[in-house]
Design a protein around this ligand. Structure first.
Ligand SMILES: [Fe+2]
Ligand SMILES: [Fe+2]
Length: 286
């Protein structure tokens, strides 16, 4: 199961989510503004979730970046390891209208919330952000954190519709989370590596899964960063200043069809586009 079938819209009994990978800096935000409204209409998405952890110049979430993504059509924004990098994040998390979900598995005194429930066509959908711990900075155990959250949700039949953005480096940790939550949540989508994976599928128990969404960021880059300074760091082993690349922008996302009657995922499709128009340089790229 990979590309969206050409016939488009979801069956009327399903709720369709569009979940978008890490938006990188102003090139990513410009591409989101250009592509997201039309894509949302094209696929008939009922809810759009966008990972925003790199939306301010590649690091963190500013008020302006969050507002731009909300205005482009994101219903909720998720975070990651870079969520604290911009000084406006506390203000942004306190603004309920920006709907930013920061990682759940952090010390309880941290500002913001790790889960957000939105009502979509009469159905409650809970968006959760989790941080991995393999090759990442310190965080609480994401497996125990999601277990605790699920234990607190009503034990309804059908089960509550929960979508997890698991922000992690290691594919093994992400697959482990997929299997840990198979049959218990509606979908587990990976973020953070900025490279899309070709493994979108529905796990046993009707849980949609993909190891990494990818990004909305410059294609000719090293995970969104300008090639030259990033490459120099590897060649010289000397830390240096990094910047967001420019040029054509990849737009990586998935569409997830949820079945409210059964409480799970019916289908997951990759949606990958290229935005060739780089407004910063005014050039069209191929
Ligand atoms: Fe990222
Ligand atoms: Fe990240």
């Amino acid at each position: 199961m990979s590309a969206l079938p050409p016939d488009g819209a979801a069956p009327p009994d399903l709720v369709r989510l569009l979940i978008v990978g890490d938006v990188v800096g102003s090139p990513g935000r410009r591409a989101a503004r250009r592509l997201l409204p039309e894509l949302r209409r094209e696929v008939g998405a009922d809810l759009v979730v966008v990972n925003a952890e790199n939306s301010h110049e590649g690091r963190g979430i500013s008020l302006r970046a969050a507002r731009e993504l909300r205005d482009a059509g994101a219903d909720a924004l998720t975070g990651g390891n870079h969520v604290w990098d911009h000084p406006e994040i506390d203000q942004a998390l306190a603004d309920d209208d920006l709907r930013i979900v920061r990682p759940l598995n952090l010390p309880p005194e941290m500002p913001g919330e790790g889960a957000l429930t939105l009502r979509v066509r009469g159905h409650a959908i809970t968006v959760v952000n989790l941080l991995g711990r393999v090759f990442m900075g310190p965080a609480d155990d994401p497996f125990r954190a999601i277990d605790a959250l699920l234990a607190d949700l009503p034990r309804d039949v059908p089960r509550p519709l929960v979508v997890v953005d698991f922000h992690a480096e290691a594919t093994s940790e992400k697959q482990a989370m997929g299997w840990h939550l198979a049959g218990r949540v509606a979908a587990v989508v990976g973020t953070h590596t900025h490279v899309p994976t070709a493994d979108a599928r529905v796990l046993p128990g009707d849980t949609g899964y993909v190891t990494d969404l990818g990004m909305v960021g410059p294609r000719d880059s090293i995970i969104g960063t300008a090639v030259e300074p990033a490459l120099r760091r590897f060649l010289s082993a000397r830390p240096g200043r990094m910047s967001v690349a420019d040029g054509p922008v990849v737009f990586n996302a998935v569409v997830v069809d949820l079945d409210p009657a059964r409480g799970g995922c019916r289908a997951i499709y990759r949606v990958d586009r290229l935005d060739p128009n780089d407004a910063a340089s005014g050039r069209m790229h191929r």
